[in-house]
Design a protein around this ligand. Structure first.
Ligand SMILES: Cc1cc2nc3c(=O)[nH]c(=O)nc-3n(C[C@H](O)[C@H](O)[C@H](O)COP(=O)(O)OP(=O)(O)OC[C@H]3O[C@@H](n4cnc5c(N)ncnc54)[C@H](O)[C@@H]3O)c2cc1C
Length: 414
């Protein structure tokens, strides 16, 4: 339902899109005393991909200490601090069946090298794992990991926004820059609001709105399905069901039993590149069931014990190098994007909100060119390396200072 805002309202910042990307940025700016309006085509926050009620976030370990690993580590710390009240389950376990004594030693060395302490994650034995998780396999215990409700984060972030700054039910079809302000128009060509700064946080829709200003940013759709299964109380699988979230190839929630009844168990997710189909697929249920059986170390023939009862389907926006796109669009004053969070909506939101705030504060204070280096002083938790690595300009020819007409995408090595 459309609200009764005065059209043409003036804000310092307009955020387009009220998923986790848009809501967390709007919340952060509002808390910093910046007047922000949020515009969403649906009837409220978190109604599209961020309708996801059970998103996992955890620190990352890998064979080498990559950028992705370091950014994830920081983002996980930020999200744990910020959104404890939206955590549905805490902790996670990664079972690693092949972990013999030698591999366990090597893994511990790697974890030390990455400077993780035991309050963040640690290697545990089969016996410890059985006690903590009900899974009789060795692996990595993530103390600082959690399953989050994205709608709860969104609601919490925009709770303090004035009602007249929340524009529900307005699909933005055009943005235009005039007299130092961005003008935002709905499908019926009505001017909704305007501001010197606009942040496009509308997922896949970012690409379409940027075309208005002659920019072609490569944003890819990746469909995902999470499946919920019913498992009968007398099933042979029951003794093996997990009591914590598990991760590995996919992830699952703890299995839940209501009273003495049957069990439910949620497992995800498929990663279907270039598909935007929002309907549930039975082949995704099958692949999710197989992922779940692998995670708990059970034979795939037990798939017949798992009865699909419902599914969550969403379409992620993703970039070619799998890092998000967060930052200014070169040569377009006050135009920013925050999209391509892929399968890391929680983590990249925690990182994007302070990053965008640092940019916006600097822009509103009169900075002409927004170079990543300035951030080091503006926001101590964020490095210039993070800012430049996620800058959308990496996909535009000519990089900083390029004219829009010159903005053909270039893909970096992935
Ligand atoms: C199956 C699945 C499993 C996932 N698992 C995890 C997980 O375990 N952990 C994790 O962190 N992340 C996970 N994710 C990813 C996470 O859900 C996304 O990264 C996140 O929801 C993206 O948020 P967003 O705000 O960018 O997009 P969205 O939530 O889609 O928000 C964009 C908003 O913009 C609005 N909009 C679009 N166009 C316009 C327009 N023209 N005008 C106005 N409004 C517009 C839309 O209506 C929408 O509300 C998963 C995703 C899927 C699909």
């Amino acid at each position: 339902m459309k609200n009764k805002n005065t059209f043409n309202a003036y804000h310092q910042v307009i955020v387009v899109g009220a998923g986790i990307a848009g809501c967390t940025i709007a919340g952060e700016l509002n808390r910093a005393g910046i007047s922000v309006g949020i515009v969403e085509r649906l009837s409220g926050p978190a109604k599209e991909t961020s309708a996801h009620e059970t998103a996992l976030a955890h620190p990352q370990i890998g064979k080498k200490i990559s950028k992705l690993q370091r950014f994830t580590q920081l983002a996980n710390l930020l999200s744990t601090e910020k959104w404890q009240s939206a955590q549905m389950f805490r902790h996670a376990f990664e079972p690693i069946p092949s972990l013999d004594n030698i591999k366990m030693y090597q893994l511990k060395e790697l974890i030390n090298e990455m400077k993780y302490d035991e309050q963040t994650l640690k290697v545990i034995t089969e016996k410890e794992a059985k006690l903590k998780t009900n899974i009789g396999l060795p692996g990595v215990w993530y103390e600082k990991a959690a399953i989050y409700s994205l709608p709860q984060i969104c609601r919490q972030e925009i709770a303090l926004l004035k009602k007249e700054a929340q524009y529900w039910g307005f699909k933005i079809s055009k943005i235009e820059y005039m007299d130092n302000r961005w003008l935002v128009y709905s499908e019926d060509d009505k001017l909704i609001c305007s501001a010197p700064v606009i942040i496009l946080a509308n997922g896949l829709g970012v690409q379409k709105l940027l075309k208005n200003v002659g920019i072609d940013l490569p944003v890819r759709p990746v469909r995902g399905q999470l499946s919920k299964f019913m498992i009968r109380n007398d099933s042979v699988l029951v003794p093996y069901l997990p009591k914590t979230a598990l991760r590995g190839d996919g992830y699952c929630l703890p299995a839940v039993q209501e009273g003495n009844k049957d069990w439910t168990w949620e497992i995800g997710s498929s990663y279907d590149e270039d598909s935007t189909d929002q309907s549930p697929w039975s082949q995704s249920d099958i692949s999710n069931a197989i992922k779940g059986l692998s995670l708990i170390g059970c034979d795939h023939s037990h798939i017949k014990e798992m009865h699909p009862i419902s599914a969550f389907v969403g379409v992620r926006s993703a970039s070619k190098d799998r890092l998000p796109m967060i930052g200014p669009i070169a040569a377009q004053p006050g135009l920013f994007v925050a999209c391509c969070y892929g399968s890391r909506g929680v983590l990249w939101s925690a990182l994007a909100a302070p990053l965008i705030r640092a940019y916006v504060e600097s822009f509103l204070a009169g900075a002409v060119r927004l170079r990543a280096g300035f951030l080091t002083g503006a926001c101590p938790t964020l490095s210039a390396e993070i800012a430049s690595s996620v800058n959308p300009t990496r996909f535009l020819a000519g990089a900083l200072g390029a004219r829009a007409s010159n903005s053909k995408p270039i893909f970096p090595e992935s």
